[in-house]
Each structure stands twice: as C-alpha cells, then as structure tokens.
Ligand binder design. Structure first.
Ligand code: SF4
Ligand code: SF4
Length: 113
C-alpha cells in the first residue's frame, strides 16, 4: 500500500505534507505534488495534515484515478522536503471541480532550492 495525492492538490499545493513525511517521498510539479509509491512507507501522517484533503491511501476509491499519475510524475519531477509558500489563490482553488482536465501541469516544479 501507498498513499496518493489526488485532484484537490492541483493549484492548492499547501505543502504541509512535505514537512511531516519521514522519508521525504514527495515530488513537486508546477502546480501539484505527488508521492513516490516505492518510497512511501505507508505511515499515514501526511493524510490529516493536508488542508485540501487531497491525500488518500491507495485502497480508497478516490485514489484509483491517481495511482498511475503519482507513479509517473514521481519519476519525472524533483524531490521536495521543505515546504514553500502556497499559491496566492490556493484558498480560492480549494474544491474547484475538474482541476485535472482544466489545470494540471505536467511541468516540473523547482523542488528543494
Ligand atoms: S498538503 Fe495537500 S494540497 Fe498541500 S501539497 Fe500536500 S497534498 Fe497538495
Ligand atoms: S504516508 Fe508517510 S511516508 Fe507516505 S507520503 Fe505520507 S508521510 Fe510520507
């Protein structure tokens, strides 16, 4: 089992999760994060820390559309272990529908700088 970042992270990207992960297995895209499935130790501490409630275990039905995306982009995007400020419009984007089709960027983020 692993934990998975899902749709509501897109353009919210609060990053509270990276500060609590004991194995630093978050990877940063331009406007969302993903979890590396081979590095996550299933501790679950990140799930309640996410203000956007975007992190779920892969056993959750909400994860099914996101497992492959987390795996794919964890191999392409840079690692991030220290939180940065969220987007200025993060609160306004919380809960907006259809973020994946409308807003998901495949571009990498900066990672730890
Ligand atoms: S805390 Fe939630 S919204 Fe913020 S980056 Fe992590 S998964 Fe995304
Ligand atoms: S479940 Fe634990 S190891 Fe996996 S991403 Fe969350 S904090 Fe990191």
């Amino acid at each position: 089992m692993t934990y998975v970042v899902t749709e509501n992270c897109i353009r919210c990207k609060y990053m509270d999760c990276v500060n609590v992960c004991p194995v630093d297995c978050f990877y940063e895209g331009e406007n969302m994060l993903v979890i590396h499935p081979d590095e996550c130790i299933d501790c679950g501490v990140c799930e309640p820390e996410c203000p956007a409630e975007a992190i779920v275990p892969d056993s959750d039905p909400a994860a099914s559309d996101w497992i492959n995306l987390n795996e794919r982009y964890a191999a392409l995007w840079p690692n991030i272990s220290v939180a940065k400020p969220p987007p200025t419009d993060a609160a306004a984007m919380d809960g907006v529908p259809d973020k994946r089709s409308l807003y998901l960027s495949e571009q990498p983020g900066e990672g730890d700088v």
